[in-house]
Design a protein around this ligand. Structure first.
Ligand SMILES: [Zn+2]
Ligand SMILES: [Zn+2]
Length: 136
């Protein structure tokens, strides 16, 4: 797919992924679960070359969850937009912003699986990685 459009709930912030397939993964880390009331479902468009951010800067809040990572949220509707590793220029985005990806998603990976609390489980057959990036 090309030029895949995404928006936050209030549609003040638009995000475009220039080129992407249908890969979706979940992150079970403590920070993702706390900020979103559950595991984050994410897409991985990689670097800034592959995306176009059309953000309403008055409606975006950046939170540095670690020295090299910022997370962006819509400050009007609260929607989680993306995770950005600043030194690697690596973006991972909220998959649910992109209906065209979700319609045909291939949910193939769960990361930080060792951090997942016991009260939920996905039934999907996926690859599972621990917080030390070893396959479980
Ligand atoms: Zn919004
Ligand atoms: Zn996470």
């Amino acid at each position: 797919m090309q030029n895949i459009q995404g928006t936050c709930l209030c549609e003040k912030n638009h995000l475009v992924i220039k080129e992407y397939g249908n890969f979706v993964y979940s992150c079970h880390c403590d920070m993702c679960r706390k900020m979103s009331a559950g595991p984050v479902m994410a897409v991985d468009p990689e670097t800034s070359d592959n995306i176009e951010l059309q953000l309403d800067e008055a409606s975006v809040t950046y939170y540095h969850s670690s020295p090299e990572v910022e997370r962006a949220f819509c400050s009007t509707c609260g929607t989680y937009l993306f995770w950005h590793h600043l030194t690697r220029d690596h973006y991972c985005m909220n998959a649910e912003l992109f209906p065209d990806i979700i319609k045909q998603a291939n949910f193939g990976l769960q990361v930080f699986y060792d951090r997942k609390p016991h009260y939920y489980d996905f039934a999907n057959e996926t690859k599972k990685m621990s917080s030390s990036w070893e396959e479980i």
